[in-house]
Write a protein that binds this ligand. Structure first.
Ligand SMILES: [Zn+2]
Length: 408
């Protein structure tokens, strides 16, 4: 079934030696060796599809055993996988494989003044990866990182004065920048390019960009600290569709689950049919660029069980974030011994806005089967609340759509 691969057998075949090397390494990991018993070295895409997929923890287990080291320069350790406890570690060499990305995707050029607003530190990868791309582009870099609530106005003034042409960050971070600029009535007329990576694009950003920086367009990357950059898109592509790189082999498996195999001989993480939890399909991109593009449909793990019924977290978030005045939303599920005691929808409102909280709650309760059925006898257990800040994981800096809290 070669139709379900991002590369043709002719394009992938000569590079499958990298997958064979990854398999050899994985066979040396005591905890993983057994699962590869009876599997031959992949010579074809069909052989590859027959190998067992890897999950997040498998890669961490393998890396703990292998401790790979870069051939040239430093070996960087980054946060990889896991959402609680001590950081799990992924490895990358200096350069972060961005030369291969830059060969196919050049959103920045020498004339750009680029604000790198991805958080730096705490073993996060995106800031350094974006710096690697900017380095190859020869532009000016303002290595900003993350800022606190009170600092936005001053920095936005600085961006305007420096005639900043490009900014990059996760969509959540970009939302904050544009929302603050919009609330302050500040324009960034020189801004042309908005680079993003780390989360799905948020449609509200299009509206905020139109108000703050009418000439700005989005340029997206898709990837993870485990796979590094898998694909990229341009303003002419839908925001959920990415052109995959020739050194990344994407496979659409059962249930639409995507898995990733590196074909880059420099890659330190032995990424072999690695599943991120994202589902997707391979499509022709409407931008007209030939070859298969990957359309990402979101995470399959965004469905959570509430009293025996599946609650589609991303659907609810998507619906609520279209409401006027809602900047971002988050579902907080509270459980006692595994049983849902309540669902809270937390709303981060746009500066100065006042969303219709009670109406939103009533709409959701009547339109969401899971909520109306699960909370039939205690509808007050579903609440919608405005908050000053959503709940983020202090270790990873990520703000997930769903937070589960266990009550004692
Ligand atoms: Zn495209």
């Amino acid at each position: 079934m070669t139709e379900s691969f991002s590369l043709t057998p002719e394009a992938a075949g000569p590079k499958l030696d990298v997958a064979r090397k990854s398999l050899e390494l994985l066979r040396t990991v005591p905890e993983l060796a057994d699962r590869y018993t009876g599997h031959d070295q992949p010579r074809t895409l069909g052989d590859l599809a027959a190998l067992p997929p890897m999950m997040k923890d498998d890669l961490n287990t393998a890396l703990a055993h292998l401790e790979p080291q870069a051939q040239h320069g430093a070996t960087w350790l980054f946060q990889s996988g896991g959402s609680t406890g001590a950081p799990k570690v992924g490895y990358a060499p200096t350069g972060f494989y961005m030369a291969g990305v830059h060969a196919h995707w050049q959103p920045l050029d020498r004339d750009d003044v680029f604000v790198n607003a991805w958080g730096a530190g705490r073993m996060w990868g995106a800031h350094f990866l974006a710096a690697g791309l900017a380095d190859l582009s020869g532009c000016q870099i303002i290595a900003l990182g993350s800022v606190t609530k009170d600092e936005y106005a001053d920095w936005l003034g600085f961006f305007a004065a420096r005639k900043v042409t490009a900014i990059g960050g996760t969509p959540s971070v970009l939302r904050l920048w544009f929302a603050h600029a919009r609330a302050a009535g500040l324009k960034l007329p020189a801004l042309r390019k908005v680079l993003w990576l780390g989360e799905a694009w948020q449609p509200q950003l299009d509206q905020d960009m139109a108000a703050v920086a009418p000439d700005a367009r989005r340029w997206g990357m898709f990837g993870s600290t485990e796979t590094w950059v898998v694909g990229t898109n341009s303003p002419d592509c839908p925001d959920d569709t990415f052109h995959t790189l020739p050194e990344q082999l994407v496979h659409v498996g059962p249930d639409g689950l995507l898995d990733f195999t590196t074909l880059n001989p420099e890659m330190l993480n032995p990424v072999l049919r690695y599943r991120t939890g994202d589902a997707g399909l391979l499509v022709d991109c409407p931008c007209g660029r030939p070859g298969r593009a990957m359309r990402v449909l979101g995470r399959r793990d965004s469905v959570v069980q509430v009293r025996g019924l599946g609650l589609h977290v991303d659907d609810i978030i998507g619906q609520v974030e279209r409401e006027p005045g809602v900047a971002r939303a988050q579902v907080l599920l509270t459980q006692q011994q595994g049983r849902a005691t309540g669902v809270d929808l937390l709303l981060l409102t746009a500066p100065g806005a006042a969303p219709e909280v009670e109406r939103i709650r009533a709409d959701l309760l009547s339109s969401t089967f899971t909520l109306s059925t699960a909370f039939l006898h205690d509808p007050e257990s579903f609440q919608v609340r405005e908050v000053d800040a959503l709940i983020s994981n202090e270790r990873t800096g990520k703000t997930a759509s769903l937070v589960v809290r266990e009550e004692s």
